[in-house]
Design a protein around this ligand. Sequence first.
Ligand SMILES: C[S@@+](CC[C@H](N)C(=O)[O-])C[C@H]1O[C@@H](n2cnc3c(N)ncnc32)[C@H](O)[C@@H]1O
Length: 273
Amino acid sequence: MAKLPSFKDLERAGWIEKAVSYGSGFGAVTVGAIDPLIDAVQASTGTRLLDVACGPGHGAGRANARGSTAVGVDFAPAMVEIARRNYPDIEFDEGDAEALAFADESFDAVICAFGLLHMAEPEKAIAEAFRVLAPGGRYAFTVWAPPERHQFYEIVFGAINTHGRMDVALPPAPPFFRFSDAAESTRVLEGSGFTRVEVNEIPLVWRYNSPEAIVDMIYKSAVRLVMLLEHQTPEARQRIHAAVVEGASKWQRGSSYQIAVPAVLVSAQKPQP
Ligand SMILES: C[S@@+](CC[C@H](N)C(=O)[O-])C[C@H]1O[C@@H](n2cnc3c(N)ncnc32)[C@H](O)[C@@H]1O
């Protein structure tokens, strides 16, 4: 019997498929978190910075423009190709955040923007960040705020809860909003050896021209959410699509629409010996 794909297999296949369209979807929103991440790791001239789950490479690109020596890593070869095209002077490697191919203590800063929530074993990615950081080095990651503060997820998960189901037959994976919880992030980071954990929120906004854009946004640039939608019945999926469009139609501001899509920014430091 053929082996069923794992969560990690599905994630990797999804990001390969979405690599080209991601930049005009969520990728256009996540760029708003880059400067806060670079600030959180206090990167400046000469900082050796690793951008984990780099996607199209804008974190590494911006860090380099601010004087750091950045390297990017992502497990989706199509993303790495795009990152290399976007920033030909920067090193981008194909690799797994949960088993980095870099030497111990080889970076002063590690960032991971919206990557941890897509990982099967995020604790391993956090332990790897700790391993590759030099003593005193800083780590920062972003994840999405939970649906009660994030209007996009409030609309989408509200529609799934009302018209579909959350308990579909997907391979096991950590909870989507696990690291949006300050206490859980602090517990895992401190458990990995980090100190000085700080948790802040970045008030990102998504602007769109028509309520139907929300369905397009999902299918062109989300992976985990699309797994959930693809496991609904066709009838439920249709009702979910109609409900998210209706939800998105309520946020008109002048001639366009906008909703709050805040990110949680978590940072920590590897102690000096
Ligand atoms: C939501 S995108 C974020 C991309 C970019 N950092 C940004 O902020 O726009 C998630 C990225 O994580 C990558 N990713 C997920 N799991 C990974 C893993 N285990 N190792 C390396 N990259 C991973 C995906 O390929 C994808 O490019």
